[in-house]
Design a protein around this ligand. Sequence first.
Ligand code: FAD
Length: 612
Amino acid sequence: MAGLLELTPARLQWREGVPAHGDYDDVYHSAHGALAQSRHVFLGGTGLPQAWAGRAHFAILETGFGLGGNFLATWSAWRSDARRAQRLDFVSLEKHPLRPEDWLRVWAEGEAELRPLALALGRSLPPLVPGIHTLELDEGRVRLFLVYHDAESIEELEGRFDAVYLDGFAPAKNPAMWSEALLAAVARRMKPGARLATWCAAGEVRRRLAAAGLSVRPAPGFAGKREMTVAWREGALAEEQRPARVVVIGSGMAGANAAHALARRGVPVTLFEREASPGQGASGNLAGVLRWLPSADDNRLSRWTRAGTLAAHAMLREWEAQGIDAPWGPSGVAHLARDEAQARKQRIALERLVPPPEVLSWLDAATLSERIGWPVDQGGWWFGIGGWIGPQRWCRRLLELAGSCLTLRCATAVGSLEPCAPGWRVRDAEGSVLEEVDAVVLAAGAEVPSFAQAASLPIRPARGQVSLAPAEAGSPPRVTVCRNGYVTPEVSGQRAFGATFAVGDTDPAVRPADHRENLVKLEAILPGYTAGLDPASLEGRVGFRPAVPDRLPVVGPVGDAPGLLVLSGFGARGLAFAVPAARLAAALLCGEPWPLERTTALAADPARFARR
Ligand SMILES: Cc1cc2nc3c(=O)[nH]c(=O)nc-3n(C[C@H](O)[C@H](O)[C@H](O)COP(=O)(O)OP(=O)(O)OC[C@H]3O[C@@H](n4cnc5c(N)ncnc54)[C@H](O)[C@@H]3O)c2cc1C
């Protein structure tokens, strides 16, 4: 049986100079050129570029990313079109992605006009793990959602599209891409007025499109092919309704990511933060661990934290590529097994999941000791994609990068919310009106239930104290290490370790007893390490995590209050939840494609608590 996370990469072959997929015995594009074919069949067939002229947002769905030629042709057309949509989302399904080295091989020889874009994209391709991988291009104005799943997983895609490219291998070679169920699922995701194009002229495919409620007609094919097919949903294309202005409450990693995501969608945002500067709550620490929490059955927490770790990693790597000072250390994370029994469990999970080794592998004690720079007594998981992030610096950088769409109002606590004509009236603690807006994102961390509309949510403050010890650059541990607690490498002359976790404890003071608890955790991670630490040299910081009983984030509308979204419940895993959670909140507000599979996203629905 294949591993739960095992993807079979494309088996690339060349047929008279044209790339082909060995398993499907079919070429990826016409011998007359990928770009010319994309322009004729897909852009031409869906009325592009005229169809996106003057639009705020345009969304395209593609079945079969293949070599990426259609995306690159579309991205290139968007870049050179003065009348283009302000924002382009391109969602593409692919069961057999190219290995990065094959991508580079293909595009080193591929269409010269697309090559620079292809090579730039090649640097950002995600690892070969199932999921929806969001690539933000051209400052986020173009987003490519690579959906690494079977065609049947289209039911997990949430979004409504203005254009569809059907580009699977021939129906005889890959029937799953043209099944009645798939074509009906595609058609359901088309907006009124949306157009679909495919090179395929098979009568059965046309009948299925018509049965799915589309109008269908033949069109002249590309390069000597007599016909192709175009189809459309009757009606006039219209923009999704999106809020004219949004208030975000709270500037921790939830609020900062939400403001960043919305601002990149071009939505004006006012962010209210009660403290004098951003990132002072639970997100105020020097450094925390970014890592996936795998489970042998890839449960919801596993899927959320994998998606979040990959997304945060991709974001910060992209910042680095752009020369932005990224507050992180992507040196990998070791999760040491507690004992032999846990080591066995870790290995079993790996055998069931079979993730790419660069994402997760299992290393013995000797290899881990070498990576860490300190002798450890057990092997454990090694997360090649992971490391530490400085949460406070991250929040601040996100807000800087949000640009002119963001108005940041610190030292302003929001006291209450009430419904009003556009959506919500936002008042301060004295009752004065701060703003009236269409929509509000409640990202006030553990304080979310202090708002009447969210009072029933089981979000509780979980006190955490982290300890900070002086550290020399390059001193061990050289990588982040976890084992019922964590310790980071040196960050700005200190290292962080801990942390305590106590629900219902409201004491904001740093306590020596909690330092002692953290030292015990540290000693269990790195035996012998604490002997060299002077407890008097320790500093610390206390924060209150927004914790919920099922340890999943809380993202979505509360009750039946339109335009009010909660973004919280990050508990002890904020770094691994924040990016997709905030992007999901932005997608819900703007009516744009979701960055997560439907089932995964809905696991965070605040309504889950009411159903229990
Ligand atoms: C000691 C400790 C160690 C941790 N280690 C890790 C780790 O290693 N890895 C990891 O992934 N996670 C870790 N976490 C968890 C992570 O820090 C949290 O999940 C995350 O910070 C929560 O972010 P948030 O934005 O929801 O909340 P917060 O960061 O608390 O932000 C909420 C913000 O809302 C503001 N606010 C509240 N009420 C109002 C109001 N009425 N008006 C205006 N503003 C308001 C607050 O001032 C605050 O700035 C740790 C947490 C702690 C405490």
